[in-house]
Design a protein around this ligand. Sequence first.
Ligand SMILES: C[S@@+](CC[C@H](N)C(=O)[O-])C[C@H]1O[C@@H](n2cnc3c(N)ncnc32)[C@H](O)[C@@H]1O
Length: 207
Amino acid sequence: MGRLNQTPILFRIVNKLTNVFLDLFYQGKILEDIIPRKHITSGKSTLHPPHSTSYFVLNQITKGVISKEIGFEMYNNFYDIGSGYGRVLLYFNRFFQKQALNYSIYGLELQEDIFSRCKKNTQKVKIEIINANALKFRFESDSIMFLFNPFDNSTLEAFVSNIKSSNKRICVVFWGHNKFEYFPQNESKLYKISKLESCLIWKNEIK
Ligand SMILES: C[S@@+](CC[C@H](N)C(=O)[O-])C[C@H]1O[C@@H](n2cnc3c(N)ncnc32)[C@H](O)[C@@H]1O
């Protein structure tokens, strides 16, 4: 969080306003909390109010080298791990339709109030929202899992270990500014997007 706060304030304001404008344009509603809410704790970890993935990030993933590396046509399930208010899900629903790709789309959200808002925001489209802990959830094979840095270190470590030991064919797309060392270095590729942000692609190719 500390490093992200080094992003110039003007850039953050413009980014936020652009996201709000694009939410209204594409989805007809704002898909993030404008008013900061209190952090809550669950078990050992502190959960933050969702900071939705920006459209800049989403466009980077669906275009150019990152999109080629993922190979969207090679999978048929998409999970947003920690789906927040549903921006990622709605964006990918449109993307898959445009590409004529037949995907099942799922959002996994731990916090009940956020889950309810996500369900409401996505009720007009065919997206399944699940109120569950990603650490205890059984995923389908042939899946893309998108993570916009939703976990603390120990949860991420446990999540990666679960996928490693599963016999599922999975492509993880992890966007963040640190924690890349938790993924198997020899099986993942890291794309530097800016001074602070990178996107890691890890394919667990077990068949
Ligand atoms: C940074 S937000 C991402 C929001 C969403 N992906 C988006 O871009 O619009 C992270 C979300 O992950 C959820 N989360 C945190 N730990 C989780 C877990 N163990 N299982 C499921 N969801 C979790 C949080 O409640 C929060 O809503």
